[in-house]
Design a protein around this ligand. Structure first.
Ligand SMILES: [Zn+2]
Length: 297
């Protein structure tokens, strides 16, 4: 499924996928209490609506919750995918027992879900945690949001891949040059090359980790979370990304903040947002976070 197909075709595909899943599991739609859904962009939670999502052009203002609920005939709950990642890590993963944590999703975009005081924090309009659009370099590359030098435009998956392509064109030696056409190089290719000892690839991950660390030092100074969890596709690179993040956070955050902030890799892994969508639906259906905490335990 690609968000590029737009909301009309996209919602049909999503509804078909839900029906297919249920058919495969031998469960009728009548037995479903609710459906949880995550999207990679800001969501006005009370309205179940996507708002100006930088990496989902064409979906602005779409009433995802109500349209999918009408299509399926069951209640639907929609939230930002990083918020859902935070929820699932808090319920089942690295964040169990933490009242204050940040879940950072590093993929095509860079998102952040915040649990503050034991509850998901969405902010006034649902846009809290858009750390991907925190400015790292005010003279940096243009970002999809219209600003310049945002974290996402400097350390997201496509940014890492683009930096590799630029370095090869500038004549730097790397095993990545064997991949043709150069435009097909992905952040995953760079991670694999780095793991095999490619110096340029290692340098690009160190750079991306440093940029993320700079943003996280500000986040930590501001909110003092006990735990920062790094998840998302690019985080599969493990210590390649985690080590420079930890080092930069240590150097840049205030000492008491740095000392009280652990940085770990996601435990729930690639399915964090999907599992968080289930947690969200359960919480909303039963209206009791305590019940879910017990169920998870
Ligand atoms: Zn931006």
């Amino acid at each position: 499924f690609s968000v590029a197909v737009g909301p009309d075709a996209g919602l049909n595909q999503i509804a078909d996928a839900v029906r297919q899943c249920l058919a495969d599991a031998g469960i009728s739609l009548e037995r479903v209490l609710g459906v949880g859904m995550g999207v990679p962009g800001p969501v006005e939670y009370a309205e179940g609506r996507v708002v100006a999502p930088p990496i989902m052009p064409g979906w602005h203002g779409v009433a995802l919750r109500d349209r999918l609920a009408r299509e399926l005939g069951v209640p639907v709950y929609v939230d930002n995918d990083a918020n859902l990642g935070a929820l699932s890590e808090h319920c089942h993963g690295a964040g169990r027992g933490y009242a204050n944590l940040a879940y950072i999703k590093v993929g095509t975009g860079i998102g952040c879900g915040l649990i503050l005081g034991g509850q998901l924090y969405r902010g006034e309009s649902g846009s809290a945690g858009e750390i991907g659009h925190v400015t790292i370099d005010e003279n940096g590359p243009p970002c999809k949001c219209g600003s310049y030098g945002c974290l996402e435009s400097m350390a997201g998956g496509p940014a890492i891949a683009l930096r590799a392509q630029q370095a090869i064109r500038a004549g730097q030696a790397t095993s990545l040059a064997a991949i043709q056409p150069l435009e097909s190089i992905t952040a995953r290719d760079v991670a694999l090359a780095a793991q095999k000892g490619d110096k340029l690839a290692q340098q690009l991950f160190a750079e991306a980790g440093r940029h993320i660390g700079v943003a996280l030092a500000s986040l930590a100074n501001l909110l003092n979370p006990g735990l920062i969890i790094i998840g998302g596709g690019v985080a599969q690179a493990g210590r390649l990304l985690l080590d420079p993040i930890r080092k930069t956070l240590e150097q840049r955050a205030l000492q008491p903040v740095a000392q009280s902030t652990r940085v770990v890799q996601s435990v729930v892994g690639r399915d964090a947002s999907a599992l968080g969508a289930v947690d969200l639906a359960l919480q909303e259906v039963f209206q009791s976070p305590a019940l879910i905490t017990c169920a998870a335990a």
